[in-house]
Design a protein around this ligand. Structure first.
Ligand SMILES: [Zn+2]
Length: 226
């Protein structure tokens, strides 16, 4: 039986090594709680306001594991639990390719343009990695993490757990960009901000209150200028 990490506990880590300090000093994406697809897109963000610099929070396999750990609750539990050993450069490349495709589709969605063929193909390809089916378990050997209460055991076609998680992000993108919520996808209206979010109330214009405040302060300063 495979031993992986257990979700839902603060101390869990993706991979065997501790997450390096490099990631702890680097700013983390300012926005959270969006659908997984936008959470992935938002790993590229501007830190430090209008004259800030672009930060890529997904630059190393270690940072990928940190991101997966931060979002563990949003992923299917079985693959999260089985994702033992550190992420590889190939995992990172896969997530970065998907991020690029989802960013392009999010941009098109906001602009109400047709989705680009190449980006669609990339997301659809990744979505297949999430293929799963339910089975009747034998009752004893199945780890509880693979099972919902009294439900079936879930199996995934893809043996690499991180690729299943990649698939889950792609599925989140497919659902968001084809479903009714696609009309609420917004790019933050603050100058210099590159984040996307799903509008939760009608008047929301900013990714975070920080962006809204920055714009209001800039407006105020312009008005006070003689
Ligand atoms: Zn913003």
């Amino acid at each position: 039986m495979e031993h992986g990490i257990i979700v839902g506990e603060r101390a869990t880590r993706f991979g065997e090594g501790a997450v390096e300090t490099e990631s702890e000093t680097k700013p983390r994406p300012p926005l959270s709680g969006e659908p997984l697809a936008l959470e992935l897109v938002n790993t590229t963000f501007v830190h430090g306001g209008l004259r800030g610099s672009l930060v890529d929070a997904l630059a190393t396999p270690t940072e990928l594991d940190l991101w997966l750990e931060e979002h563990a609750e949003a992923f299917p539990r079985g693959p999260v639990r089985r994702a033992s050993g550190p992420a590889t450069a190939s995992h990172l490349a896969g997530f970065r390719r998907l991020r690029e495709a989802l960013r392009e589709l999010s941009r098109a969605c906001v602009a109400q343009e047709p989705y680009g063929e190449r980006a669609v193909a990339a997301v659809n390809r990744a979505a297949r990695l999430a293929a799963s089916w339910p089975e009747i378990g034998d009752g004893t050997a199945d780890a509880p993490a693979d099972r919902t209460a009294d439900g079936p055991v879930v199996r995934w076609a893809e043996p690499d757990p991180r690729l299943v998680l990649l698939g889950a992000v792609a599925v989140s993108g497919v659902e968001l960009l084809t479903g009714p919520r696609r009309r609420d996808v917004r790019a933050c209206a603050a100058p210099g901000c590159v984040l996307y979010f799903v509008r939760t109330h009608r008047r929301r214009e900013w990714c975070t209150p920080a962006c809204g405040n920055r714009v209001r302060v800039a407006r105020h300063n312009r008005q006070r200028r003689p």
